[in-house]
Every structure is written in structure tokens, then in C-alpha cells.
Design a protein around this ligand. Sequence first.
Ligand code: ZN
Length: 472
Amino acid sequence: MRKYSDYNEWYLEVIEKAALSDKRYPIKGMNVWTPYGWKIMSFIDSCIKKELESTDHDEVLFPLLIPETEFRKEKEHIKGFDTEVYWVTHAGLDPLDVKLVIRPTSETAMYPIFSLWIRSHQDLPLKIFQIVNTFRYETKQTRPFIRVREIHFFESHTCHATEEEAQCQIEEDLEILRKIASQLCMPYYLFTRTEWDKFPGAHYTVGIDTVMPNHKILQLGSVHHYRTNFSIPYNITYEDENGEHKYVHQTTYGMSERLIGATISVHGDDKGLCLPPTIAPFQIVIIPIPGKDTKNDVIKKSEEVLLRLQKAKYRVKLDNRNIRPGNKYFDWEIKGVPLRLEIGIRDIDNNVVTFVRRDNGEKGTILLNSLESGIDSVLKEIIKSMDEKAWKFQREAIMSITATNDIPTDTESTKLKIYRFGWCGDSTCGHEFERICNIKILGTPYFPEDYKGKCIICGKETTTPAYAARTM
Ligand code: ZN
């Protein structure tokens, strides 16, 4: 397996060997969630749920089907989705009077109902989320977790009295993102998308991007400020303190199963998957190393360690299959289990367990007397170094350029980078840049950066850098 030299092949191989997804389902781009893959996704979902609930978002569940009449209310939104939605056209044998869209996202399902839920300023802010599957007819080549037609994702939708309050929500969303990402040891960039690349119907869009081993960008999710762009067509109004009727200001925030695709890609290596302890179905695997006459002692001690760690609420597995320890190491390395404990007679004599870290192969011992606290500090150390390593790779992927010919024209070039350059902000220059370089402008940094330079196209002085990259 060759992560850096042949990322595309490597990615599919890891998914297959670690049994994360089954792509043999007879609809392209609709893969089967296998037990191991679904367990990881469930840990990610619960981490998302925890952060949203702790910031007063309530979970809801809206229907999957949306009447065409509601779907067509916001013009820009439709332009963005018309070519990629699935339709339900019949009920039994009868054609439907009003066709039904299978949700590609839920604005048009939720907002007619929001207009009934919200009456006065006391109903605001409204903050809800749902974790559901959504459907988009993807025409490009599909890839498990990264480009699929049935997408598992969370979407949060909020309504506020004023534009400023909606803006505060965006800041809260980015803080929620920071917490979720730190659990996944996942680095990310935040870019305000260009006008021509923002979400259909949005006032502005912040893209959440991460870099893949081939230096292409994977968008993990996005945050949108809608202002009143949706509340006007859907008539979502409230009565303020003075009895005046006003339109609400809205935001949305969503991230998808691409978080798994990114976890595989960012942390995996040539031995397979490498999971952060926070989302690993098993955080620890215990491998007994029996000698000729020590089998009983070793098994007994392994079971004792298992019980202690289960009691301490770790997700732990004792592998007592009747195969060689080396084969067991191999299997659990592919599965990405963060920590392996080995217990042999010498460990028992010394009153220790031997540990091997999955992330960097580091080996050491933990005293049995302080097993739980020893494990705790090793797992914390793993999270810290996985996080640092991933952020370092992302930082080093950036290259500052002053001329368009610094970008290789070969779309699969191994010298590809994330490019930072001056841009006057004019859309003519932006389009010209994308055309010449055959590359996408990711946007300008959401949090302003110190910059002084010239627009890469027209040469005008600018204090704003833009970033561009090829995308997955
Ligand atoms: Zn310019």
C-alpha cells in the first residue's frame, strides 16, 4: 500500500481491507455501511450531537420527500440543485399530481414549517439539527465516503431576529467545528467561498476544507449565512417587541460522511487505517503472547487486564484466536486500533504490560499497578501527536506564488500544492485565474491573514490572499 505515491488506489485498498464499506450494492455510489464503518460513523455522529446539544440545538427529523411546489420557491437554490436531485413521480401505478423530490438537503422541507413554528420574537432563536441521509445524483466517478449518491450527514438550521445574531451563530458553528475536529485530530482550512462558488441562495458560504495526501482538497462541510434570502420566499416572519413583522435571518451548517474519508486519508499509512482513540470502535487490543508452559498464566493475566480496562470504560478487545501473535498484529493494524497491549510471561514477572502505538510504532511498558492512568496518558499522547502531525502536513502543503505558471498544468502532478497568492477580489480576475490554471479558487481566508502583494492577474496592490487547489 502506497499512501503518497498512489493515493487513489491506496484509499480503496484500506477501505476494503479494513472492511469499512461494501461497494458491491447494485446502485453505483450507494454503498453498504458495514458494522465496522458504521460504528466509526456512529462515534462521529455522537460527538457532533453532543456539541450541538450543548449549544442549545434541538434534534428533529423531517420527512425525506419534498413537494416540488416547495422545492421551487427559492430560485437560486433550484438552479444549484435541479440537475442532481432524484424524483418520486408515481404512487403505486398512478402518476403524482405534484412530484416529490428526495431531499438533497432540507431547506425546502423545513422552511415552510418554520413559517408556522415562528410567530414572535420569543420563538427566536430557533436552533435545530438532524442527522439523516440525503440523495444527490452524482455524475462524476464515485468513491466511498468521498463522492457518493446517498450521503450521511448532519445539518443544523437556525433562525434569528437580526443579521448580527445570525453572524454570532456562524462564530458558534466554527467553535463547534473546532471541538469536533480536535476529537478527530483533523486539520482544516476555513475559506469564504467566491461569489460564484457559494451555496445556491446563500449570502455567503464558509467552506471547511482539508488536504488529502495527494495535495488535493476535500471539502468536509460548510457554514452558510442566508440573511433573509430564504425567509422571504418561505415567508418566515416574527413579530418584534413593537408589533412589527420582520423576516428572520437564517444560517445553516453541515458536515458529511466525508469526515470518515478524511480520517482514513489523513491518518492512515501503508499498514492500513489509523484511528484517533475518540472514534475507534476498539481503542485497545490485548494480545496474549503465550510461551510453552505459560499459556494459562498469560491468558489469565490478559483476561484480568481486559476486565480492568472494561471497568474503566475503555473499548477494548482481547484477541484470543488460536493464530500467531504476528498475524494478530497485522489484522489490528489494518483496522487502525490505536493501542496494542502485549502480555507475555516476562511482562507478568515484571508486573507490566507492553504497549505499541499504532500511530508511530512507539513501544513501551505500563506498570500494572497504575494500568488505567498509564493507558489514559498514552491515549492522550496519541491524540496529541496525531493532531500535530496532521496539522503540520496541512501547513506544509501551502505554497506562496506570484505567477500563474508556478502551478503545474498536469492535473495529477505529484508536485501539486495548495497555492496562496494575491487577488484583487474582482471576479473577472478570479475567473481568468481559474481558466488559465485549470484550478479552483477555494476562497479567501475566513479569518483575515496579514498579506501585502499584487493581484496575480491584474497586478493591482492587495492586502487579501486567495487560496487555490485542485479538488477531490
Ligand atoms: Zn485583479
